[in-house]
Design a protein around this ligand. Structure first.
Ligand SMILES: Nc1nc2c(ncn2[C@@H]2O[C@H](COP(=O)(O)OP(=O)(O)OP(=O)(O)O)[C@@H](O)[C@H]2O)c(=O)[nH]1
Ligand SMILES: [Mg+2]
Length: 259
């Protein structure tokens, strides 16, 4: 185990996990850090980076469908369970790299990754220096109810994996700047979110102060960072939070100066 941190990228289907892994790896390389990529999605068809470690070398969704005579959904469940079987192999592969960061791209079936037992075995066993980058989809985050739904998903993720969590608002290039500010404002102060709930949805009542405090503690200990993997924006924001959680401070300037 030589890495500073192993980060799992988790979030709703299509939120931009794989693209963010690609973009962050590129950014790390520009800063002369080594970040390796780990694809954990056996059903991935195309991936926007060349995985250094790829679970598809061990099994693919297609193989599992054929072998067990399952449709895609049943096969996804089997695939999630098979992840635990690969723990030793994955550990050896990760340990074989001398690198600063391991960027692990979780499958899009987030509920399987969060709620099945096998991925938990994997996340707990692969590295003692594990973090979770929790992606918030920009279009779902535009409305208070959509944002709360993702906070609940993030809370579930944190309960399953009690490790440092870094919430990230993805694809911010798709939002107007004032929409980004509004969402970041909600994350910084959930009372603002409650205030913006339309009365018709009745959610303001449901979201008692206590529930908001629980969500804040579980999901937003780190500030929400807005990124655009497409434009390469916000990578240093993720890095700074990860660095302060795992290495006690942002060493970026010193590191760059040293090269
Ligand atoms: N505009 C914009 N589009 C993006 C960005 N990041 C990703 N996308 C697009 O969003 C779509 C989904 O991106 P992926 O990176 O495959 O998302 P994912 O979360 O890995 O998807 P699954 O693994 O299938 O759940 C693709 O069409 C990407 O090109 C971004 O920062 N800005
Ligand atoms: Mg993906």
């Amino acid at each position: 185990m030589r890495h500073t941190a192993l980060l799992y990228f988790v979030g709703p289907a299509g939120a931009g996990k794989s693209t963010l892994v690609a973009s962050l790896q590129e950014w790390l390389a520009l800063q002369r850090f080594d970040g390796i990529t780990l694809n954990l999605d056996p059903g991935a068809e195309t991936i926007p980076y060349a995985p250094d470690i790829d679970v598809r070398e061990r099994f693919t969704l297609r193989d599992v469908m054929a072998e067990y005579g399952l449709g895609p959904n049943g096969a996804q469940v089997v695939c999630a369970d098979l992840l635990a079987v690969e723990l030793e192999w994955l550990r050896e592969e990760v340990d074989a790299f001398h690198c600063d960061y391991v960027l692990a791209d979780a499958p899009g079936q987030t509920e399987l990754f969060l709620y099945r037992e096998a991925p938990r075995v994997l996340v707990e066993g692969l590295s003692p220096r594990t973090g979770l980058v929790m992606l918030f989809d920009p279009l779902l985050s535009r409305t208070p109810a959509g944002f709360v739904t993702q906070l609940l998903l993030a809370a579930a993720a944190h309960l399953r994996f009690p490790v440092p969590m870094f919430p990230v608002l993805t694809k911010s290039d798709l939002l107007e700047p004032q929409e980004v500010d509004r969402i970041l404002g909600w994350a910084a102060n959930l009372e603002l979110l409650r205030g913006d709930m339309p009365p018709a949805e009745g959610m303001g009542e449901v979201l008692s102060g206590e529930l908001l405090r629980v969500l804040q503690t579980l999901t937003l200990e780190s500030q929400l960072v807005a990124v655009s993997a497409k434009d390469g924006e916000g990578m240093e924001g993720i890095y700074a939070l990860v660095q302060s959680a795992f290495a006690g401070g942002d060493d970026l300037e010193a590191h760059v100066d040293a090269h």
